[in-house]
Design a protein around this ligand. Structure first.
Ligand code: PGA
Length: 273
């Protein structure tokens, strides 16, 4: 079974103090809430993964508690591809490692559309991330105009093929997580229906199968992101091609995030006493 990932993307929210506070509350939930303990067992059993992506200034604070490393994966939201040097305002992969990051989100639509990150730049970031042994959560997704023009498959194909062209099948299946995040669903309250999410994730799996073979495609974890909430998380995750969720707004509040975790702990663990 593919390990299910639930990841919270905090975007430009929560400074170091708030981040430390949140992770402490999350740790408490894992140890003192009944379903939290099942979640913890599912993490130990390698069936479930919980990740938070604080802003870079809060990474160390979020990763600070030693226990956190075991139960909560830390992701950065962005990184530069050079390892050091005169790049004012940028953050490097070794710095992310030192701060306790296991993952980095790359190609989020806000990076692509607000900050103009191109497919070429993202390919460089993806390759140096993999070389640094940090695991990328690579985001792809179409805009509303592209979807309405029937270009969803073409856009996903372009984003995937340009970034992944020089990789090997093992790297793709073992190191990369892909997040399908339709731009029209992000922060709008209008999540994709579970059928649309599943269909787009199936398209992505098909693209990976064409490039790297069926077995890589089957192992690849694909997350859905865009207006995920306590109310729609279970339906989205019930789909065959959806292996996890990337959550923005609903990951900021400890109550809604833990409610989502409670609903998404793999069933076999939820039933355990
Ligand atoms: P949202 O954001 O859940 O607030 O729509 C998702 C994301 O951008 O990753």
């Amino acid at each position: 079974m593919v390990k299910r990932m639930i990841a919270g993307n905090w975007k430009m929210n929560k400074g170091p103090m708030e981040a430390a506070n949140f992770t402490e509350k999350l740790e408490n939930w894992f140890s003192s809430d009944e379903i939290g303990r099942f979640a913890s067992q599912a993490i130990e059993g390698d069936a479930f993964e919980v990740v938070i992506a604080p802003p870079s200034i809060s990474l160390s604070a979020a990763a600070g508690a030693k226990r956190v490393e075991q139960r909560i994966g830390i992701a950065a939201q962005n990184v530069f591809y050079e390892l050091k040097g005169a790049f004012t305002g940028e953050i490097s992969l070794p710095m992310l490692k030192e701060a306790g990051c296991k993952y980095v989100i790359l190609g989020h639509s806000e990076r692509r559309h607000i900050f103009g990150e191109s497919d070429e730049l993202l390919q460089k970031k993806l390759i140096s991330t993999l070389e640094s042994d940090i695991l990328p959560i690579f985001c792809v997704g179409e805009t509303l105009a592209q979807r309405e023009a029937g270009q969803m498959e073409k856009v996903l194909g372009q984003q995937i093929s340009s970034a992944f062209s020089s990789l090997t099948s093992d790297v793709v299946s073992d190191m990369i997580v892909v997040a399908y995040e339709p731009v029209w669903a992000i922060g709008t309250g209008k999540a994709a229906s579970e059928k649309d999410a599943d269909q787009a994730c199936e398209v992505i799996r098909g693209l990976i199968a064409d490039m790297f073979g069926r077995s890589s495609a089957e192992k690849l974890r694909i997350l859905y992101g865009g207006s995920v909430s306590v109310d729609n998380c279970s339906e989205l995750l019930s789909m065959n091609n959806v292996n996890g969720l990337l959550i923005g707004g609903a990951s900021l509040d400890i109550d809604s995030f833990t409610k989502i975790l409670a609903k998404t702990v793999p069933g076999s663990f939820r039933a355990k006493k």
